[in-house]
Ligand binder design. Sequence first.
Ligand SMILES: Cc1cc2nc3c(=O)[nH]c(=O)nc-3n(C[C@H](O)[C@H](O)[C@H](O)COP(=O)(O)OP(=O)(O)OC[C@H]3O[C@@H](n4cnc5c(N)ncnc54)[C@H](O)[C@@H]3O)c2cc1C
Length: 330
Amino acid sequence: MAQGVCVITEFREGAFRRVSFEIASEGRRLADELGEPLLALALGESIDALAADLGNYGVEKVYVVDDPNLKNYRAETYVPVAAEVLNNLDPKVILTPASVDGKDFSARLAARLGAGLATDCTELKVEGGSLKAKRPMYAGKAFAWYEWADGAWPQMASCRPNVMDCLAPDTSKKAEVEGAGVEVVAGTQTQVVNIEKDAGGKLDLTEAEVIVSGGRGMKGPENFAMLEELAKLLGAAVGASRSAVDSGWRPHSDQVGQTGKVVTPNLYIACGISGAIQHLAGMSSSKYIVAVNKDPEAPIFSKADYGVVEDLFQFMPALIEEVKTLKSTC
Ligand SMILES: Cc1cc2nc3c(=O)[nH]c(=O)nc-3n(C[C@H](O)[C@H](O)[C@H](O)COP(=O)(O)OP(=O)(O)OC[C@H]3O[C@@H](n4cnc5c(N)ncnc54)[C@H](O)[C@@H]3O)c2cc1C
């Protein structure tokens, strides 16, 4: 009989990605409501020593598959291993990250398990002993609640990063760690030859807590230096609208929106961005949105928590000075 809530973590470059702790925290809440134990499945290379730390976020038991073939994500290696472990565990609920790799992984895994998958969820709840999942539709114009047919276990949901609250880690709590006891067979159809990182150690937009983003209103690539300066002061990442990217002012990796990245920082500062629906699709779940635009009718203001109707070339330098002053006095 299906039992437990199981979260599948994401481990890259020797560390759990933050979304792993978010889904563990969410899993803890759901497990408590369902009266079930919280389990985790951790796949990766050299993951064994860190797995117990998932207990900091409420995980009771971690099943680990530690293998050099799991160093980088490859569907053909990861999915069969996860499917075998989960078929053995038979959990009621499975949570995965809706990260770039996680989206690919979750869909393939759900197909293997024959599970119903709600993707890119922003909220989860338990009703009548069963999971309900909220997810955005039509590029964020509407939200829909999903539920599973009676007895259709496992109920599987991938969770949008940076949306669900992360518990404050309780370092006194460690999870029990057990080898999952499955053989890892390296896929042969694809291999990761090389991973090229952005030069300059740029913050990953999808993990950034603060994003300063610029659009066509920035007028040219040179003016992004202003946003870079503010971003440095705030420990933020710099994003861009598609217009700025299509104009060749910023790389595509900076693009936020429907055909770019979906971001959910605590603070999103949009400068000279009109707020087209395709841009909003990528950032409207940000906790706080500040818009700087000289047009009071710009649609971005309908989503903004704070709106500044001003020429950004006047406002941004003043804001940067103000932040510098505040930082020097703190
Ligand atoms: C299929 C499809 C997918 C798309 N995907 C994306 C996507 O992923 N991301 C995305 O961003 N767009 C996307 N777009 C494009 C989107 O529709 C808009 O064209 C784009 O977002 C507009 O970018 P923008 O706001 O920078 O430019 P604009 O719409 O031109 O807005 C510029 C804004 O700057 C303001 N401004 C100008 N000068 C100043 C100043 N001095 N001070 C203050 N404000 C100023 C203006 O008032 C204006 O509101 C997509 C479109 C399609 C059709």
